[in-house]
Design a protein around this ligand. Structure first.
Ligand code: SAH
Length: 362
């Protein structure tokens, strides 16, 4: 529960609302998952809470570290389902990539999560549980939310799933990420990434002001329909209009547009110029993501030279453009690779079987 729900819960128990902030600090800042340790709460209330509520985090099935320092956790969320969270350290910041669903329904043609199909939404606890687990594993059980020594400085909702299709739970979990009594991250350091679920994006504006990333990947509808099929429902112009509405009343803020670089598909200079025209009046940054391959994909990564030419066209047109460095690909932790090769590790040659089935087999 976020602070508002927890306050309402305590009031319903006939308790003072400030109990909520105490509990949040114990759980999220001190990493405590046991009511007995919460010494500023009366014994009577602790007993009552232990009888009526539960603090449970996702179980870590597998933890891997990449040569480049990236870490990945495979987390079991129930008897049949696992998800992945990834920590990416960089000089001066540490980004945690969090999943919002088990699998994904959107079926983007270049994403390995899509091949699993959709299984279910994650609960608020399962989403924030990823931050909790990573924070503890990274040695920050006593996190000072305002401290300069935090390890997780940024959270991106860029793991498995489409966060806007699990709207309420994702919003509540993001509230905890930015909550001073929990993880205390600034709204600019929490980023929701979406393939473009326009009605949900319009709703997001009313309840949250986190940073927004949009998986664009193509500058025209014909190509985007192929890569990101939800474009058929919400075409580019509708999506961009919604992006502009999201920025209304938020001066100096920009949308990050993600653009996966697929060799010979969407990486020509002509398409870069089309992208320049398309985004001319949207305050934007552009992230080029070199395609990360996975088994049975029909795509290959654009050459470094093609990516550089594409980037230079955008930069010359005045766009802040960065090429995202591939991180953690030796442990299949890179963009679009999450949960794609669980079966490899268990030495079964059964790619593309839903992860729920994998977990059952284990
Ligand atoms: N569903 C949300 C959250 C996923 S974010 C969204 O679409 O934005 C993950 C990012 O990685 C998205 O931009 C996605 O398009 C991109 N991606 C997916 N598969 C990829 C791959 N194989 N290589 C590189 N990037 C990929």
């Amino acid at each position: 529960m976020d602070r508002a729900s927890l306050e309402a819960y305590f009031v319903s128990l006939g308790e003072k609302p400030f109990r909520a902030t105490q509990i949040l600090q114990w759980i999220h800042q001190r990493g405590v998952a046991n009511f007995d340790e919460m010494t500023n709460i009366s014994k009577e209330l602790r007993t009552r809470l232990a009888e009526t509520t539960e603090i449970r985090c996702p179980e870590v099935v597998l933890e891997q570290a990449s040569d480049d320092g990236t870490r990945k956790w495979l987390l079991r969320v129930d008897s049949g389902n696992c998800i992945e969270a990834v920590f990416i350290p960089e000089p001066g910041r540490g980004t945690l990539c969090v999943s919002s669903q088990v699998g994904c329904a959107l079926d983007c043609s270049f994403c390995s999560t899509a091949q699993q199909g959709f299984n279910r939404n994650l609960s608020v606890a399962e989403i924030i549980g990823q931050v909790w687990v990573a924070n503890r594993a990274l040695g920050k059980t006593r996190l000072d939310p305002m401290g300069a020594d935090r390890i997780i400085t940024n959270v991106v909702m860029m793991g498995m799933g489409e966060p806007l299709l699990n709207f309420d739970n994702v919003v509540q979990a993001m509230n905890l990420m930015t909550e001073d009594f929990a993880y205390g991250l600034s709204k600019r350091r929490v980023t929701l990434s979406t393939a473009g679920v326009v009605p949900a994006l319009d709703r997001l504006r009313d309840v949250s002001d986190v940073s927004l990333a949009v998986s664009l990947h193509a500058p025209n509808d014909a190509l985007r329909n192929e890569l990101v099929p939800i474009n058929k429902k919400y075409p580019i112009q509708e999506l961009l209009a919604s992006c502009k509405r999201y920025l209304e009343g938020k001066p100096h803020r920009r949308i990050t547009f993600e653009y996966v670089m697929l060799n010979g598909v969407n990486d020509s200079p002509q398409l870069a110029r089309e992208l320049v025209r398309l985004l001319a009046d949207v305050p934007s940054k552009i992230n080029l993501i070199p395609f990360n391959p996975f088994p049975n994909t029909r795509y290959t990564r654009s050459s470094d030279a093609a990516i550089d030419v594409f980037r230079d066209i955008l930069v010359k047109a005045g766009f802040t453009t960065i090429t995202r460095r591939t991180r953690g690909d030796d442990i299949d932790a890179a963009c679009g690779q999450l949960a794609g090769k669980v079966l490899d590790r268990s030495k079964r040659k059964l790619h593309r079987i839903p992860i729920s089935v994998v977990a059952q087999q284990q």
